[in-house]
Write a protein that binds this ligand. Structure first.
Ligand SMILES: Nc1nc2c(c(=O)[nH]1)N[C@H]1C(S)=C(S)[C@@H](COP(=O)(O)OP(=O)(O)OC[C@H]3O[C@@H](n4cnc5c(=O)[nH]c(N)nc54)[C@H](O)[C@@H]3O)O[C@H]1N2
Ligand SMILES: Nc1nc2c(c(=O)[nH]1)N[C@H]1C(S)=C(S)[C@@H](COP(=O)(O)OP(=O)(O)OC[C@H]3O[C@@H](n4cnc5c(=O)[nH]c(N)nc54)[C@H](O)[C@@H]3O)O[C@H]1N2
Ligand code: SF4
Ligand SMILES: [Mo]
Length: 800
């Protein structure tokens, strides 16, 4: 470094993905040159290649630097962007949205955002939600049904709480770690490093994944499950746990609905009044000591007798009705999936199923995490239910070393829950079709949004980043839906196939150019206790602004200034921080952040207030092994496996022509559909990949590195073959998100639609989806793989 250059080092964190790794940013003469790990930060042990590439991302030539307006009609190959001023852009957006809300109702304006797991939208997503609610729209598309449903919302129907989304695995104390459809080595670096530490001190690791990827390669047990058959596997493990008495009787009796009696005739929980009792609303259990029924009052969470007396097995006649406890019903239900039967369905050997059940029991406490491998299926909700029931039996919830809700920093909520009127909430797209699904929580599935855009219920889109046409199945439907809208504004750091369908594009600053307030880093108590005001490392390039500034400016121009501190972001943050006792001034003076001395409180369900234990936020106040809520809406009350809608077993007719099961996984070098333009990242993975077993390749005369065509009933896309002998020969694994070129390396982009596409979602579909959530079958479908003949391959190479 020359003597005249000034180097500065700023404590920060990388916001490029869900890991949010603590870091030090290095600048030279005010220019961002390097990002380094910050071991003093609770998430700062390491950075991934994307984080290290941050300066290249910030400085990339393709950044959007100015507000843009399209001048060509939608559907034209080139939108012919024209530069406009911020004032013009915000005025136009506000005027169009207001007009559309007046004529078609605010619900016709759909808001969208990139997922907080793949982008820095986590800086501002609560404020985007606040804007949506203040505007009056219940419709928000944020990949919830593909990314967060199982972790956060499906688990509400078992635990009344987001497990493992918010009740995080306590990796520091776990005796056994269970990763199911989750590969933290790629997805969440802090979990990967903490898992390596845990294993060093003796924790066991169970990985359930069709591929032996990441930590699975050294796991104590790796179960190679057929994609989408996880539900059968989970039910089989539950069966073994129950059969061998591998469950926490005390927890199960006291904290789950296991003792409640189920009517043999209806399959529903017996109510006290049905058995001649005088207390409506109460459930019934069997007191095995007194040999008589007792009623359970969900409001006081009390049976009136010691829970230790409650029967968990047997058959009883109460008021003339034949009944048995939920646990007995569950045990019987699981018998359909003996390890042998499950082995047949899942491809996991029966002995391994039994061994995993034993490890889970003998190595408690168990901490678990599930993610994408289980989210994107036509049976996601029931699979998650089965795993949640499995987890409940182990009795580790909110116990040290289990899945724990670490104590958060006290703050004022800012997502504006009270700003949206109930009558507007009721207009959420998809609520009628799936009343228990994402719409109930104000999330709109991609498919519901497209349907509404295509039939005119949705008229406008306010999109903070989401690359919908590449992220959602059926990209061509996405294009058609977005083209139908009267108006769309897209805020982004880079252009994308989705931005190309907008009327106005707003330039967004990268997280390294703007201030942001992060309250809690989630993964353990130390991390969750930290508040950090991330400082800009360099000024925003061009005219780029933060999403937060855009939200506040737009709110003001829409006449919603009163709900947005009149556009004053500092004032809003002060309000948010008030209960913490930490001030903005303190945070600005201490860019490494301020930690509160918070302590974890375990087993919060057992805390007693006014003589009543807290319990769980479910209708019964207990963990619901049997869910009447699901049953009332026509879904199975006990976790039930249904074969993936498009699989060799459910569609043997299709499997004749498309014999391979197609799933997908993320790339360590790119976040979702981003970062292909960054040379340091693209160099090591220049082309879209398809992993397949050497035998499957040989049977098709495919060798490693060949260009192949992945063919589904919906079309074909290209990828390069990569051999992976850990796969079942009948399973292949693709990558979604390929569209961008990399000019620096002379590597091509791929059209999002059409014959030369490499966009996996072009040939996947949003339906048939999960009946509860609408989750799309992106991870279990059928395909054939063909070598692109030499001549075509040569053409493909020449085209680069
Ligand atoms: N087949 C298949 N499809 C999938 C998946 C899969 O595994 N397989 N995964 C699904 C999952 S889990 C998800 S989360 C979705 C992801 O879908 P998206 O949430 O759309 O995420 P990305 O594809 O990463 O695109 C993010 C976009 O946000 C922009 N961006 C990045 N940072 C910012 C920021 O700070 N502000 C703003 N305004 N924009 C920003 C990027 O430039 C990019 O255009 O895809 C889903 N689609
Ligand atoms: N480097 C990087 N990090 C990321 C992202 C990224 O794109 N790149 N994306 C971010 C986002 S938005 C998300 S949602 C997370 C996702 O993080 P993960 O969920 O870990 O992501 P994946 O690698 O897609 O899927 C995990 C595993 O599921 C397996 N799998 C596929 N199908 C099935 C199945 O049917 N059953 C089971 N049991 N397993 C299956 C895959 O083989 C894969 O190893 O990562 C976040 N972090
Ligand atoms: S894992 Fe990589 S991209 Fe994600 S926050 Fe950490 S350094 Fe950034
Ligand atoms: Mo995601």
């Amino acid at each position: 470094m020359k003597g005249s250059e000034r180097q500065a080092r700023t404590p920060t964190f990388c916001a490029l993905c869900v890991s949010r790794c603590g870091a030090t940013a290095v600048t030279v003469d005010g220019r961002f040159t390097a990002l380094e790990p910050d071991p003093a930060h609770p998430t700062g042990r390491a950075l991934c290649v994307k984080g290290k590439a941050a300066p290249a991302i910030v400085g990339h030539a393709d950044r959007v630097l100015h507000p843009l307006r399209r001048t060509a009609p939608k559907g034209a190959e080139d939108p012919a962007w024209e530069r406009i001023s911020w004032d013009d852009a915000i005025d136009t957006v506000a005027a169009r949205l207001s007009a559309i809300a007046t004529t078609s109702g605010p619900e016709s304006v759909v808001f969208a955002a990139a997922s907080p797991s793949t982008s820095a939208i986590s800086d501002s997503v609560d404020w985007i939600v606040r804007l949506r609610r203040a505007f009056g729209s219940p419709n928000f598309t944020c990949s919830m049904e593909l990314c967060g449903w199982g972790r956060y919302l499906a688990s509400m129907y078992t635990f009344g709480a987001p497990v493992p989304g918010a009740f995080m695995p306590d990796l520091e104390r776990a005796g056994c770690i269970l990763y199911w459809g989750y590969n933290p080595s790629v997805a969440r670096l802090v979990h990967a490093t903490a898992t390596v530490d845990a294993r060093r001190r003796g924790a066991k690791l169970v990985a359930i994944d069709p591929r032996r990827a990441g930590l699975a390669s050294s796991a104590d047990h790796w179960l190679r499950v057929r994609p989408g058959s996880d539900g059968a596997l989970a039910i089989a493990i539950v069966g073994v746990l129950l059969e061998r008495g591998f469950y926490d009787v005390e927890f199960v009796r006291r904290w789950t609905n296991a003792p409640l009696l189920v009517r043999a005739d209806t399959g529903r929980l017996l109510r006290s009044e049905e058995a001649g009792g005088a207390e409506p609303g109460r459930y019934v259990a069997w007191d095995a000591v007194a040999a008589r029924p007792v009623s359970y009052d969900p409001t006081t969470r009390s049976y009136g007798v010691d829970e230790a007396r409650l029967a968990l097995e047997g058959r009883y006649t109460v008021g003339g009705l034949e009944c048995r406890p939920v646990l007995a019903e569950l045990a019987d239900h699981c018998r359909e999936y003996t390890p042998d039967a499950a082995a047949e369905i899942t491809g996991v050997p029966a002995a391994d199923i039994a061994r995993v059940a034993e490890t889970l029991w003998t190595s408690r406490p168990v901490a678990f995490y599930t993610w994408s491998g289980l989210e994107q299926h036509s049976g996601t909700t029931q699979t998650i239910r089965a795993i949640n029931v499995l987890y409940a039996l182990l009795g580790c919830l909110d116990a040290p070393g289990g899945n724990v809700l670490f104590t958060p920093v006290p703050t004022n909520p800012v997502d504006g829950l009270d700003l949206l009127a109930p009558e507007q909430r009721a207009k959420a797209f998809g609520l009628d079709e799936r009343p228990l699904g994402p719409a109930r929580f104000e999330f709109t599935t991609g498919s519901d949004f497209y349907a509404a855009a295509l039939d005119g219920r949705a008229r406008a889109l306010v999109n903070f980043g989401a690359n919908l046409v590449v992220a959602q199945g059926d990209s061509a439907r996405g294009r058609d839906a977005l083209t139908q809208l009267d108006f769309a504004v897209h805020a982004d750091t880079f252009l994308s196939p989705t931005a190309d369908l907008a009327d106005i594009v707003l330039p967004v600053a990268t997280p390294f150019e703007v201030e942001a307030l992060r309250i809690g880093f989630e993964v353990n108590q130390q991390a969750q206790s930290l508040v950090q005001l991330r400082r800009p490392v360099q000024p925003p390039r061009g005219e780029a602004r933060s999403d937060l500034e855009i939200v506040f400016a737009l709110a003001k121009r829409l006449g919603l200034g009163a709900q947005f501190w009149d556009g004053d972001i500092d004032a809003a943050w002060r309000h948010q921080l008030a209960p913490s006792g930490i001030t903005l001034e303190q945070l600005r003076a201490q860019p490494a952040g301020i930690a509160l001395p918070l302590k974890t409180v375990h087993r919060k369900h057992a805390r007693i207030r006014d003589g009543i234990p807290a319990g769980f936020r479910t209708p019964s106040g207990k963990v619901e092994l049997l869910s009447e809520t699901l049953a009332e809406h026509g879904h199975p009350a006990l976790p039930t496996f249904t074969e993936p809608a498009i699989s060799p077993r459910s569609r043997p007719d299709l499997a004749v022509r498309y014999p391979l099961v197609l799933t997908c996984a993320k790339s360590v070098r790119f976040a979702e559909s981003q970062h292909r333009q960054i040379a340091t990242l693209r160099r090591a993975t220049p082309d879209p990949q398809l992993e397949l077993h050497p035998d499957a390749a040989a049977a098709r005369a495919i060798t490693a590195g060949d260009w192949v065509r992945i063919v589904t009933p919906n079309g074909a896309v290209r990828a390069r073959a990569r051999l992976n002998s850990t796969l079942d020969p009948g399973v292949v694994c693709g990558q979604h998100g390929w569209w961008q070129g990399c000019a620096e390396l002379g590597l091509p982009g791929y059209p999002p639609y059409g014959p030369d596409s490499a966009n996996l979602n072009l040939i996947l579909r949003q339906e048939p989806s999960d009946p509860v959530s609408g989750s799309a079958p992106l991870r279990a479908s059928l395909c054939e793989v063909e070598r692109i003949d030499t001549q075509n391959a040569a053409t493909a190479r020449a085209a680069r």
